[in-house]
Design a binder for this molecule. Structure first.
Ligand code: 3H9
Length: 709
């Protein structure tokens, strides 16, 4: 039955159904697709030659990406969204109750409604390919699995395992999904079709697969008796609240849907699930999270230039500087991109240390069973190093991650140019120094660019790519393309001091010194920011970044922007006293055994301040946040980011600006420029001209305009 999405053919009693949504890179469920599924299933039911069904995706590396997100964001009311979920549930129910067996062969992403569909089928086969991921990411969009996922997954794999996936919006790779019992068989992609069709046929012949619920006695104790279950839900609720601090309603609602269903039965569970889905789908939090999804998706295709030439595929990477950043980049490059990496540092002990640190990332993947032993051996062999530039002549890209000092970086650039090919790209991993200044030492300035990674490199999702005025467009594409291969979300930013992230963090971090001087306590400052939704407060952030690094950044920012971004002397005093933050075990806080151990009271003495009540929490928060929004708006006016989208994504992925607020520029829009300007004027009057509202905000206030039209 040809249609826009589904086709089928009969092979020896089995209808092979292919889902291939036209003009879309992924398969997704919209109302139209759902109707087509229902019509197809009716035809298959009526066709007496069809004994069983096997469903596949026609997309090369995607199974089904879930419900069509674009469709549900247009929904205007909770009631309408509830209806959408109920219709989705009915479709899944139709599949489960279908009188002929339905097997599904999964290759590629099987997410959200896609997994809900697979769960409704009678048998699931998945490929063991790394692209095959099964999960329910709905809470990351501020909603919950609303097409029966909250009911089906816990019934299949137990409440605990299901909650782990649903509440975090997690996806599992196929081998883990198989171990958990989400799929019945794991096969090589080459035999997916055959095995799935054979299973469908066996089912039609009366075979019933035997499923053991994984987990043994513990699962029985916790999942299958009311007392144990109560404990599971209580623990999960506490963990969700600890993680979300109450800012995200979706995980708690999902928990409620699962719990209600297990207590009162499937039918009641489905009703509750649909109602909660409806309520969540129209929340502001969900809208914001969906905007972030689309922004990151757009960024995957954006090379930061209007007519960007295609990137050169980097096969060999060379890195100068085997320290924390250099080894982090090396390890990430091997793990994520599988490229050949050559590291160089001044002496062999340092190189050895860097190589060991890079390899630790591989060890971790082996330990977590993300790679097999032979893959480990293959990847480990890609890593090498030395105290000279041997091997640099083969590199397509050279990244320097040496000491943050202009003359040192220029010296490295000269040495690299002598050793590397003429067409190699030279990227500086600087956090503050303008790329144009570094490139002044270059013979080939058009091959020089900035790639600002964040620490720790393997975990931080953002990369700032910074072309200087003379950087060739192809070099920009290559840096952006390589960043993406490392799994990073990449924004292209203007070559100006602090780029984007450090520029807007500067007033936020500097305000700590002012607040402490006025008698605020370290705990209060951090608590205000965490209450707003930042993952950590600014004082903890300083400790994490390293106070020596923070000092260096603030000096550069102060020199570039004058009094407005001038730091107080506090951090310098701590650095002088040997307190470098977490890495040295002492900063504003004390650290031990890998944990933060509380504020060190000696710090107040070192800074010559006394916590004595100080400003109110609301005032602290306004100073921290408004200062940042003001600088963000000013930087947009200076063209530091190409679009507000890049600025918001940079802040969210760079330092955890609360995603549910959509980023600093969306948040500024939500407050409204007029209100923000009034708040800033009041702060400026009280605390000084650093708060004076920037021209961009004043202009917006005058015109009633916004960053996002
Ligand atoms: C849900 O299922 C709710 C149900 O429980 C209940 C309902 C009642 N919708 O990322 P890519 C687009 S909620 C609309 O570059 P990749 C994407 O925008 C859903 N569009 O590819 C892009 O468009 P364009 C839960 C979608 O190979 C294009 O496809 N599911 C959707 O790097 C290519 O995307 C999720 O949250 C969608 N569901 O990664 C999964 N998915 O080309 C969201 C993709 O116009 N999706 N698009 O810019 C993903 O995680 C990734 O896209 C995926 C592919 C891993 C699938």
């Amino acid at each position: 039955m040809p249609g826009p999405a589904l086709t089928w053919e009969l092979a020896d009693g089995v209808a092979i159904v292919t889902f291939d949504l036209k003009d879309s890179p992924v398969n997704k469920f919209s109302r139209a697709v759902k109707d087509e599924f229902l019509a197809t299933f009716t035809a298959l039911e009526q066709d007496r030659a069809v004994r069983a069904i096997a469903v596949f995706s026609g997309k090369p590396d995607n199974f089904i990406a879930g419900a069509d997100i674009e469709e549900f964001v247009t929904i205007g009311s909770a009631a309408e969204a509830e209806r959408l979920a109920a219709e989705g549930q009915e479709m899944m129910d139709r599949v489960t109750r279908f009188p002929k067996p339905v097997a599904v062969g999964i290759h590629g992403a099987c997410l959200g409604g896609g997994l809900e569909f697979a769960l409704a089928c009678h048998y699931r086969v998945a490929t063991d390919h790394p692209k095959t991921q099964l999960g329910l990411p709905e809470v990351q969009l501020g909603i919950l699995p609303g097409a029966s996922g909250c009911q089906r997954l816990p019934r299949l794999i137990g409440a605990r395992a299901a909650l782990d996936i649903i509440l975090a919006g997690r996806s599992e790779r196929a081998p883990k999904a198989f171990r958990l019992g989400m799929v019945d068989e794991l096969v090589h992609p080459a035999i997916l079709q055959d095995i799935t069709i054979a299973a469908a046929r066996r089912l039609a012949d009366g075979w019933r697969p035997r499923r053991r619920r994984p987990g043994g006695v513990l699962a029985w104790l916790l999942d299958r008796n009311p007392l144990g279950r109560r404990l599971v839900f209580r623990t999960a609720r506490r963990q969700v609240l600890e993680r979300t601090k109450g800012h995200y309603p979706a995980p708690l609602a999902a928990l409620e849907a699962v719990e209600h269903g297990l207590k009162h039965g499937m039918a009641e569970g489905l009703k509750r699930e649909a109602r909660l889905f409806g309520q969540l789908a129209v929340t502001d939090v969900s809208r914001k999270l969906v905007q972030i999804f689309f922004a990151t998706t757009q960024l995957k295709k954006d090379f930061g230039l209007p007519n960007a030439p295609p990137p050169t595929a980097v096969q060999r990477l060379a890195i100068v500087g085997a320290g924390f950043m250099g080894s982090g980049i090396a390890g990430t490059a091997i793990v994520q991109a599988g490229v050949d990496v050559r590291m160089k540092d001044a002496d062999l002990p340092r190189v050895a240390k860097g190589l060991a640190a890079a390899r630790a990332l591989l060890d971790d993947r082996l330990r977590r069973r993300r790679i097999a032993k032979y893959e480990y051996a293959r990847l480990a062999a890609l890593l090498s190093g030395g105290d000279g530039y041997a091997g640099f002549g083969r590199a397509d890209l050279v990244i320097e991650a040496v000491f943050e000092d202009l003359s040192v970086k220029q010296q490295v650039l000269r040495e690299v140019e002598a050793a590397a090919r003429d067409d190699a790209v030279f990227a500086s991993n600087t956090s503050t120094i303008p790329i144009a200044r570094i490139a002044e030492a270059a013979r080939r300035p058009e091959r020089v660019i900035g790639m600002h990674f964040f620490s720790p490199v393997d975990r931080m999702p953002l990369l700032e790519v910074i072309p200087a005025a003379r950087t060739a467009p192809g070099v920009v594409s290559t840096a952006v393309g390589f960043g993406r291969r490392l799994g990073k979300t990449v924004i292209v930013v203007k070559d100006s001091p602090g780029f984007w992230v450090n520029r807007i963090l500067a007033p936020y971090a500097n305000e700590v010194g002012h607040l402490l001087a006025e008698g605020a306590s370290i705990e209060e400052i951090d608590a205000a920011a965490v209450g707003f939704g930042f993952p950590v407060g600014p004082v903890t952030l300083l400790d994490e970044v390293g106070l020596d690094v923070a000092e260096k950044v603030s000096q550069v920012m102060g020199a570039a922007f004058g009094e407005r971004l001038q730091a107080t002397a506090g951090v310098t005093a701590l650095v002088k006293a040997g307190r470098l933050g977490r890495k040295s075990g002492r900063g504003f806080y004390r650290y031990g055994g890998g944990k933060k151990r509380g504020v060190d009271p000696a710090v107040y003495e070192l800074l010559g301040v006394h916590p004595n009540g100080g400003p109110r929490l609301a005032e602290i928060l306004q100073r921290l946040v408004d200062g940042m929004l003001n600088e963000a708006a000013r930087a947009v006016g200076d063209g530091v980011v190409g679009t507000p989208r890049d600025g918001d994504i940079g802040a969210i992925f760079g330092f955890g600006f609360p995603p549910f607020r959509g980023g600093p520029l969306r948040h500024a829009d939500d407050l409204g420029a007029a209100r923000l300007v009034a708040e800033l004027e009041r702060l400026a009057e009280r605390y000084g001209p650093r708060f004076a509202p920037c021209e961009v905000l004043q202009e917006q206030a005058r015109r009633g305009s916004k960053f996002y039209p």
